[in-house]
Design a protein. Structure first.
Lengths: 496, 104
């Protein structure tokens, strides 16, 4: 009697573990969306995943040979993940997320392929041989879930790799990808993939599977390649949602309810996050996906990639002049952009800000929602340089303050301060919310050259009478400013 | 077939839950949230484990399972650690005065 009770309890244990894991995962995703709870929520989600793995291992009781595979795979993947997470610089965060995402998609893809090739070729019989207690009994459903996990998995893998390569600067947006015929090619690929899915349902032999694999891999490239670098964060977020869908499909393949529920949860949450990010960037999802690269068309005001974009009324100045302006300014606002992060100048900037504060200047940082390469990226980078959280001011709060600001220094930001976005309806940026730095009394723009910005668009701010350009690497310019200010005795006067 | 319909219910309810979980996200958290959600999608590690455990001595399945497990764990371990690294940098507005009080 007691033994049967124990059996019942140990039989129920995996279900209990699964339920707790789902609960923790849901709490984790919810907590990650709030500043206060984000870090502990991340830990909670990690714990949930650990629990789920533990529960599954108890339930499956893998044979010895399987443990060998588990040990090798876990050691290699875990170690690579650990090293990548430790080593990767904060500036490279978006492409790192893309890489991880592609890797998750690859895992789902391989599971689908494995069952299709070696486990599910004989339909239900094969599924029974593989699992015995496969959740989904009918061969048709099993083949459909294999097809979906291969289809979505392959798109996730190649799409993420293209996104990563773009953010890393390995590939550009080739001009030929902007032609309208790309839609035709992509539709053809999608049709080929669907034909593969259909054929796979009827006859689970080899060739439909390969057709599906190749067509969906190419589709992932074809859809991602024409999208401009500035929109990549949205793409990564969407691909993240896809990898959730791929995981849910893999859940149907192997018959795991936990995997289905977790994959569905991440897929849906990723979709919402994508929508939220599109709103923050003032872009519509459809426009991002099918509208082509921002500014890459043949529009009138679009400058080329690295040329001087035909500026005529540029004033450039020396760090000395800028230092003089800073010395007597009462209110200074810094506008940091990705160029600042690339030059690793966050620390020099934070030092400059401290010096000015010691001089009695009011200092703040204007953070555009998409400063950096991804929403929230700049906050992470500045936090790394010990900038107090309170000094980071969001766009809507700081825009009314610019008319009262004496000096604005723009560091490696470009499109987010372009006044054309408000006034010129022919500009590709028109309608995007920008930081209204042109309202300030004096603007200094620190920039390496007059090349066009990330989105390849000319900036009217540079030609305004109150704007002066400080050409050079952001870090070198900031260090120049620091030494000029020290020479002027700024900071020291108050201390003495 | 009842197993299948049950699985569909699970899919449906999981999706609805996911849609409701995040509503308003401050822009500061977009990057970490994306990274964290990405780590969670590495839960496909469960599928890799199942494949391995049921490989039944088939070397091709064992190999595919191990490689797939490696990719999934790369996503999970890297994803959670990198998210934590990002979030550790956010100092809460309230936490600084508290730390000072502790120091006194």
């Amino acid at each position: 009697m007691e033994a049967t009770l124990m059996d019942t309890i140990s039989g129920l244990l995996p279900y209990a573990v699964d339920l707790v894991a789902v609960l923790l995962l849901a709490l984790g995703i919810k907590g990650l969306a709030k500043v206060r709870s984000a870090r502990s929520a991340n830990g909670l989600a990690a714990l949930a995943l650990g629990l789920a793995v533990l529960g599954l291992l108890i339930e499956l009781q893998p044979p010895l040979l399987a443990w060998l595979g588990i040990a090798v795979g876990a050691a290699a993947g875990g170690l690579a993940g650990l090293l990548t997470a430790r080593r990767v610089p904060m500036t490279a965060m978006p492409q790192t997320v893309a890489l991880f995402n592609g890797s998750g998609g690859m895992a789902s893809l391989l599971v689908g392929l494995g069952v299709a090739l070696y486990g599910g070729t004989a339909g239900a019989a094969g599924a029974e041989a593989l699992g015995g207690e496969v959740l989904v009994g009918t061969a048709l459903v099993e083949r459909l879930s294999i097809a979906i996990s291969v289809f979505v998995g392959a798109i996730t893998v190649t799409g993420s790799l293209v996104a990563m390569a773009k953010l890393q600067g390995w590939i550009d947006t080739p001009a030929w990808t902007q032609s309208r015929s790309r839609h035709g090619v992509n539709i053809a690929l999608a049709v080929a993939a669907l034909v593969g899915v259909g054929a796979l349902l009827g006859d689970p032999g080899g060739s439909p599977l390969w057709l599906l694999l190749v067509a969906s891999s190419l589709l992932g490239v074809g859809v991602t390649l024409p999208i401009g670098g500035a929109d990549m964060p949205v793409v990564i977020s969407l691909l993240n949602s896809y990898s959730g869908v791929a995981a849910a499909a893999a859940g149907f393949v192997v018959g795991s309810q936990l995997l289905i529920v977790a994959g569905a949860m991440v897929g849906a949450a990723g979709l919402i996050l994508t929508q939220v990010m599109c709103t923050a960037m003032n872009r519509s999802l459809l426009n991002v996906l099918f509208g082509g690269a921002l500014g890459a068309g043949a529009g009138g005001k679009v400058g080329g990639g690295g040329d001087e974009a035909g500026y005529t009324r540029i004033t450039s100045c020396s760090p000395e002049e800028c230092a003089l302006a800073l010395e007597c300014a009462e209110r200074v606002v810094f506008v940091p952009g990705y160029g600042l992060a690339v030059a690793q100048a966050q620390h020099a900037l934070s030092e400059l800000a401290k010096l000015l504060q010691a001089n009695g200047t009011e200092v703040s940082y204007a953070i555009h929602p998409v400063a950096g390469r991804m929403p929230g990226h700049m906050n992470v980078l500045l936090a790394e340089a010990d900038v107090p959280y309170e000094q980071l001011v969001e766009m809507d709060t700081i825009n009314p303050e610019f008319p009262r600001t004496d000096v604005v220094i723009v560091l490696g930001a470009n499109d987010v301060v372009n006044p054309d976005a408000k006034t010129d309806s022919s500009s590709p940026l028109y309608g995007m919310p920008v930081l209204e730095v042109d309202q300030a009394r004096q603007v200094f723009v620190v920039k390496r050259s007059l090349g066009a910005g990330y989105a390849g668009i000319r900036n009217a701010l540079f030609e305004l009478p109150q704007t002066a350009m400080l050409f050079g690497d952001a870090k070198a310019v900031l260090n120049g400013l620091l030494s000029e200010l020290r020479e002027l005795g700024v900071g020291r006067v108050k201390a003495a | 077939m009842s197993d299948f319909s049950q699985a569909l219910w699970v899919l449906l309810l999981g999706s609805l839950l996911g849609l409701e979980l995040i509503g308003k996200v401050p822009p500061t958290l977009h990057t970490p949230l994306m990274s964290g959600a990405n780590a969670i999608s590495g839960i496909t590690v469960l599928a890799s484990l199942t494949l391995l455990a049921r490989a039944d001595g088939n070397p091709a399945l064992l190999l595919l399972g191990a490689v797939s497990l490696g990719f999934a764990l790369f996503n999970v371990v890297g994803g959670f650690l990198v998210t934590d690294r990002m979030l550790a940098m956010f100092r809460r507005p309230g936490s600084k005065p508290a730390a000072r009080q502790g120091g006194r």
